[in-house]
Design a protein around this ligand. Sequence first.
Ligand SMILES: [Zn+2]
Length: 228
Amino acid sequence: MDAQDTFDLTTGRGLMACPRCDAMHVEAELNSGETLRCIRCGGVLAKPRGGAFSQLIALAFTSMVLMMGAIFFPFLEISRMGIGNATSLFGVAMAFADGVLLPLVLAVMAMIVGLPVLRSFLLVYTLTPLAQGRAPYRHAATAFRWSEELRPWSMAEIFVIGTAVALVKVAGLATVHLGPAFWAFCALILVNLASRGFMCQTTIWDAIEDGSLPTDGREMAGGVARGE
Ligand SMILES: [Zn+2]
């Protein structure tokens, strides 16, 4: 971050807009534990915490491990009159893999498994050097931007809710036992919640900027201004 109270209206350097109400603020350097709030709507703009990067990396690894369990352990077991069947998410995907449902299976697997794992990878890639106090990797800005763009599309939570609703219907017809994979998914939701709580995007962008990586095209805006 630049020195306190210096900003440039042409490029936006040193300024920060509230993501909810667009009020402009002059950026200030925060110590860990302090909270930066919007003067107009009171929304939290930044809330750096000490050691948050390491915690986010740990949570990203946790979610990758849980995801492996969620895919390959039995998800649920259905039994009726002594005849039972247990399957994992991977087994379900394979069962539908050669029918007309293949595109649906691919989409479901991508949203439930692929995107969360990809997001974890991107976060680890972005945060590992930052947590060690080194310069960020070359594509850290792109990686973090993608991680944020993909956030609404990772749907592990929605999958669990959908499954719970379906199970209530099936439970009337047969005995349903939830397998370890279901609980792994539930744990994943909690890990994601914790990760969301620790995550302060402003602080991460700031750390990437401090590593002098271009993050938002200011360098281009500066070039235009000089050309005029
Ligand atoms: Zn605001």
